[in-house]
Write a protein that binds this ligand. Structure first.
Ligand code: 0PR
Length: 407
């Protein structure tokens, strides 16, 4: 991996806006020129190799997973008849993950998708169509992919307030469920704080009321199984009917790769449509063309790491998270919650000030608005060295933007 340089942040570009001087050339441009342009662009993008990215849930993927992804770049699982090899790998991936996340031995299913957004949308889509109901009970910590899904599916949110540790409150969930509830959502590793909802209690409530419970473990799914004493969150718990887990986050597959697992395979019947001119009479899910590369990459990541590899990775990133936590405390920073997974957030009155100052010096950190806080995701590309560097720069940033302790 080449080390990439980066300059000061550029002024934000409007997404989708194009330069009026760019037109499709009449003739092919020389390959050398094309490649130079691509090289110029690729070095502008941030790279994980120097361990300075702390605001992203993506990371440097496993080399074997990248190789696998490249080998399947031109295959399209959207037409499974042409891709029996990918279809078999997808079944094996789903089978391994159902085993890891304690799915039932018979009748369960799942798909490799493009990421957490598609998995969460698909779960709510199935729940809505199967129930003909129009409300979803979800914690205030739910990722914004749910806001998109609710909008697209025309579902009404019933927001559940969080406890002091940033977790959904089971009693509030119970109160919010009604005869209009299509699904309940719980999060295992929330985007902002890494909080894990009390899925066991929420699952019992959901089962008792006869509504499906979808667990978003997009981030936590490849960490929590290996943390001693971590709360339960998966299909082994009563009431949990579906689960999102993202290989392209802590799973070490390249982007894009998400997985949706379902307790009952027939749940997908409500979102299947006829596809008479394809090799299969029915197609399930949102996308038509599907990247076989995501399946191959996930397969390769799972088999290259195994339980031992993921366990070691979870232990290492948690150790680095604690190092950052202790260092932050030494600078007078107070964590918003004690970290459960490899995410830590510190109260700060002006996180954007710190974020911008750090960005100008080549460090990517992120922030939260409520409560006002600096946020760090300690991904596998972080190292002891990069955490020490981060703390050094953070100390300097805090001289300019002091932290005020919470009263
Ligand atoms: N569920 C949870 C708990 C998530 O944290 C995320 C994404 C999703 C679902 C959606 O997953 P996809 O983005 O794969 O569809 N969390 C990250 C976030 O919003 C994704 C991300 C990462 C976005 C890096 C931007 C970025 O620079 O922070």
């Amino acid at each position: 991996m080449t080390a990439r340089t980066r300059g000061a942040p550029k002024s934000p570009r409007v997404r989708g806006a194009v330069s009026p001087t760019l037109t499709l050339p009449d003739r092919p441009i020389p390959t050398a020129l094309l490649r130079r342009r691509l090289r110029e662009a690729v070095v502008e993008d941030w790279d994980f190799s120097n361990g300075r990215i702390f605001g992203s849930m993506c990371t440097q993927p496993l080399p074997e997973a990248v190789t696998a992804s490249r080998a399947f770049l031109t295959a399209n699982l959207g037409n499974p008849g042409l891709c029996p090899g990918t279809a078999r790998l997808e079944e094996e991936v789903v089978s391994m993950l159902l085993d890891l996340f304690h799915g039932p031995q018979f009748g369960a299913g799942g798909w490799v998708l493009s990421g957490g957004t598609e998995a969460n949308l698909t779960a709510l889509w199935m729940a809505r169509n199967a129930s003909h109901r129009n409300e979803v009970v979800l914690p205030e910590s739910a990722h914004f992919s749910f806001v998109k899904a609710l909008d697209l599916l025309q579902l009404e949110p019933k927001w559940v307030p969080l406890d002091a540790a940033g977790r959904s409150r089971p009693e509030e969930v119970r109160r919010a469920i009604s005869s209009r509830t299509a699904a309940v959502v719980a999060v295992a590793g929330s985007t902002e704080l890494g909080a894990v909802d009390p899925v066991r209690e929420i699952g019992e409530i959901a089962a008792d009321r006869g509504v499906p419970l979808h667990v978003d473990a997009a981030f936590g799914g490849f960490v929590l199984p290996w943390l001693p004493g971590a709360p339960g969150f998966d299909l082994g718990l009563t009431g949990v009917t579906s689960l999102t887990v993202d290989p392209h986050k802590m799973g070490l597959a390249p982007v894009p790769a998400g997985v949706l697992l379902v307790r009952h395979r027939e749940m997908s019947g409500s979102i299947s449509v006829a596809s008479p001119y394809l090799s299969s009479p029915q197609t399930t899910g949102l996308l038509g063309t599907r990247a076989s590369s995501a399946v191959a990459a996930t397969y390769a990541a799972l088999l290259s790491l195994g339980r031992q590899g993921y366990s070691a990775q979870a232990a290492r990133t948690l150790r680095l998270t604690r190092k950052l936590l202790e260092g932050g405390r030494r600078w007078g920073l107070e964590p918003v919650v004690e970290p459960t997974v490899n995410i830590v957030a510190f109260h700060h009155p002006n996180p954007m000030g710190v974020q911008t100052w750090m960005l100008e010096r080549g460090w990517d950190v992120s922030s939260i608005r409520t409560p006002s806080a600096l946020r760090f995701v300690v991904m596998p590309h972080a190292s002891d060295r990069s955490i020490s560097g981060l703390l050094r720069y953070l100390g300097r940033a805090l001289e300019r933007f002091p932290a005020s302790r919470r009263g």
